[in-house]
Each structure stands twice: as structure tokens, then as C-alpha cells.
Design a binder for this molecule. Structure first.
Ligand SMILES: [Zn+2]
Length: 405
């Protein structure tokens, strides 16, 4: 009976949300440099701290020589510690603007409305401040942080032998000389590999992007050491998560998936109970605002050193429910050619960074293509991701809290 009432409440809030969002669809501001977006977040965070004396703000320089910081806001629950919601943004620097805008939107419009009696919040802004500032996906040591969240350093020695087979395709070791011709050349090499190299397209994708620890100048490099971002993230997590029964961690990304779609990719380690709870939260009656995926869904993949599996690995068998979710806003589409085009943009940006460009015009074009891959300037895309983010905070998040009362 209680369950039925709950469902009606959800339906009503959904109706209100649809009505309101049709009147109020202003897109979040995405085309701003890192320090500007950080300031906007910090202004909001400081306001929270001034209103609530038990809230804490942690500022940590990750790249001291460039004064690039990660900012973390902790808002404890009002009555008792039961649930903790963690929102993190900018793990992939170039994908930072949307995640940053989402955190600010949360503080501006939802932080006060959401039921915080037994739920605390922990917000990580600029997990990879170097990448966010420079427009790169990776950190100051070319590490893909979402392959670097490991608990023991032997995880950084995992062998990706399939990557080695195609390494020459993924990491050309000379200046960028063209875009179109280089793309056709890459398509030819991939086709050759699929036809004569005994690799399926899924194996090719998994090998390329799953993570590698052998080529420091290569794409999807997970690093030889744990990055300062991961060390700091871990310190804060260990300080706070032990007090909570239920932990929801959402890490914001852009790039993979259908344009404007919010793909919620559940972490590999969710158990049956947690998966069932997530199916109740995301029950698909409001499915136009999101799609539930896993690393095994068509077009997606498993990675090593993933941030959304990190808290579970840290906590071991603590008995806590830990829901790791990647909130990925798609841009280019999941078709094979869309994915190869995205891969080519990532290859060229990395190649240009390490080996340079034949001329400035090429550099501008490659960087623009790379930026568009993660931050489309299309107002239609921006409007849709804003609506999906509002739905996530306005409807899905309160549902998760309600189900863990
Ligand atoms: Zn990403």
C-alpha cells in the first residue's frame, strides 16, 4: 500500500516537472573557461557554507605550478547519516563544462529543495583541473584518469595485449599533416585489421578504449603511478563514506552515445539488490530523459581503473550499498562510423599534443573538432542535456532518496 502511494507521488511530481520544464528550458552556460566555471561553482559553494556551518569546502591544488585546483563541497545531513550522494565532474577534463554546470545547477536550484534530513552530499568539481583548463581529456601526465582509479598499484600493470597489436593505428608518431586523408587512412587500417587481423569490431573497440598502461604518449593511457587527483579523491572519500549505509556516486561525462541522450551506465560491480533498486528509481515511465546501460550494452565497453567502481573497491565488504553510475551525455551517436570518427578526433588531438601540427590552421581545426566532440555548440543539444539534467536532479534523485528512507 505504501508502495502504491509512493508511486502516485512520483507520478504527480513527474507531471509537475514536465509542466514546469516546458515553461523553463534555459540551457546551462557551457562555453566558458575552467577558472570561470570554477568561480561560479565556488560562489555557490561558499554561500552554502555561510548558511550551514557544518558544511565543509576543501580546495586542493592538483597542479601547483599553474594553480589548478580541485574543489570539493561536503554538505552533511540535517538529522542523521544514512545516505550519501556524490556528484563528480571533470574526470575527463575536456568533458568538464557540462559536469561543472550540472553541479552549479544542483546548488542553485535543487540543493535547498531536496530532502537532506538523512542524506548528505559530496560534490567534486574539477577532478582533473589540468584537462579542464587545457581542453584535454587527460591529466598533466597524459593519464586518462578514468583508467587510473586503482586501489593497489599492481592494477597499473594490467596488460592490454590487444592494444599492442593496433598501437600503430592509435598512436601515429609524427606531426598531424591532414584531417580527411588521415581519417581515410585510419579507416583503411582498421578495415585491414578486421579482415586479416582476426579482430571483430567489438574487440577492436574494447582494445582501443578499455585502458592501457604501456604507452605513456598513447591514447587511453592509465599511468604508471596514481595521479594526485586520485590520491585526493580517495582521502576525502575515506573521510566521509564510512558513516553511510547507502552511497550513490554519479560521475558526469560527455561524448559517448546518442546525441543529447543521458546514458546512465551502471558500474560493473553493482549487486542484484542494487540493480533492482536502480530499476525502481529509473522505472522507464519517464524514459525519454535517460537510458540505462552497462559496459556490456551495444556500443559501450568495460574499462580498468574506472572511478565508478572505486568506492566499492575501497570499502571492500563493508555491507554498504554502493551505487556507481556514469552519467554520460552522448554527442555523436553509437554507430560504428560515428565511433570511428570520435576515435579519430581523440587520436589526432593526442598526436598533435605530442608531435605537433604541420601548420596552425590544422591545429585550430583539430582542436575545434575535439571540443565539439565533447561540448557541442548546437543549442538543440545544450537544451536537451539541460532538460535531462534537470530531470535527474528534480525527479530521479528524490526517488533514490525516497527509496532509501
Ligand atoms: Zn568521459
Amino acid at each position: 500500500m505504501k508502495y502504491l502511494n509512493l508511486k502516485n507521488t512520483f507520478r504527480n511530481s513527474l507531471l509537475w516537472f514536465v509542466l514546469l520544464s516546458s515553461l523553463w528550458v534555459s540551457a546551462v552556460e557551457l562555453d566558458q573557461p575552467f577558472k570561470q566555471m570554477q568561480k561560479t561553482f565556488l560562489d555557490q559553494a561558499r554561500e552554502v557554507v555561510s548558511r550551514n556551518k557544518s558544511a565543509q569546502l576543501y580546495l586542493k591544488e592538483i597542479v601547483p605550478e599553474e594553480s589548478l585546483m580541485m574543489s570539493v563541497l561536503y554538505m552533511p545531513p540535517e538529522i542523521e547519516s544514512k545516505n550519501l550522494v556524490i556528484l563528480s565532474a571533470g574526470t575527463h577534463g575536456a568533458e568538464g563544462p557540462l559536469g561543472s554546470a550540472a553541479l552549479t545547477l544542483f546548488l542553485q536550484e535543487y540543493g535547498e529543495k531536496v530532502d537532506r534530513s538523512r542524506t548528505g552530499f559530496l560534490l567534486f568539481h574539477g577532478v582533473n583541473p589540468y584537462g579542464f583548463d587545457s581542453g584535454r581529456r587527460v591529466d598533466q601526465e597524459n593519464r586518462d584518469l578514468n583508467r587510473n582509479f586503482v586501489v593497489t598499484s599492481d592494477e597499473l600493470e594490467i596488460e592490454n595485449s590487444a592494444y599492442s597489436k593496433i598501437e600503430a593505428i592509435l598512436n601515429p608518431k609524427h606531426k598531424v599533416k591532414s584531417i580527411g586523408w588521415s581519417y581515410f587512412k585510419m579507416l583503411g587500417q582498421v578495415f585491414y585489421q578486421l579482415t586479416f587481423g582476426g579482430m571483430s569490431i567489438n574487440e577492436f573497440r574494447q582494445a582501443s578504449v578499455g585502458g592501457q598502461y604501456k604507452y605513456p604518449k598513447g591514447i587511453y593511457y592509465g599511468g604508471a603511478e596514481v595521479s594526485p587527483s586520485v590520491v585526493h579523491f580517495k582521502e576525502i572519500i575515506l573521510q566521509h563514506v564510512k558513516d553511510y549505509e547507502n552511497i550513490l556516486h554519479m560521475d558526469f561525462h560527455t561524448g559517448l552515445g546518442e546525441s543529447g541522450q543521458l546514458h546512465l551506465i551502471l558500474a560493473a560491480q553493482l549487486n542484484t539488490f542494487e540493480r533492482d533498486k536502480m530499476s525502481e528509481v529509473f522505472d522507464r515511465t519517464d524514459g525519454k530523459f535517460y537510458e540505462i546501460n552497462t559496459g556490456e550494452s551495444e556500443g559501450f565497453y568495460e574499462v580498468t581503473g574506472d572511478i565508478t567502481d572505486f568506492i566499492r573497491k575501497l570499502q571492500g565488504d563493508s555491507g554498504q550499498n554502493i551505487y556507481g553510475v556514469t552519467a554520460e551525455f552522448g554527442t555523436k551517436g553509437l554507430g560504428i562510423l560515428n565511433q570511428l570518427e570520435s576515435l579519430h578526433a581523440i587520436i589526432q588531438e593526442n598526436q598533435g599534443h605530442h608531435y605537433g601540427y604541420a601548420n596552425e590552421g590544422l591545429e585550430t581545426k583539430v582542436k575545434r573538432t575535439f571540443r565539439e566532440l565533447f561540448n557541442p555548440s548546437d543549442p538543440g543539444w545544450q537544451k536537451r542535456v539541460t532538460e535531462n539534467t534537470r530531470h535527474l536532479f528534480g525527479v530521479s534523485l528524490p526517488r533514490w532518496i525516497e527509496l532509501h528512507k
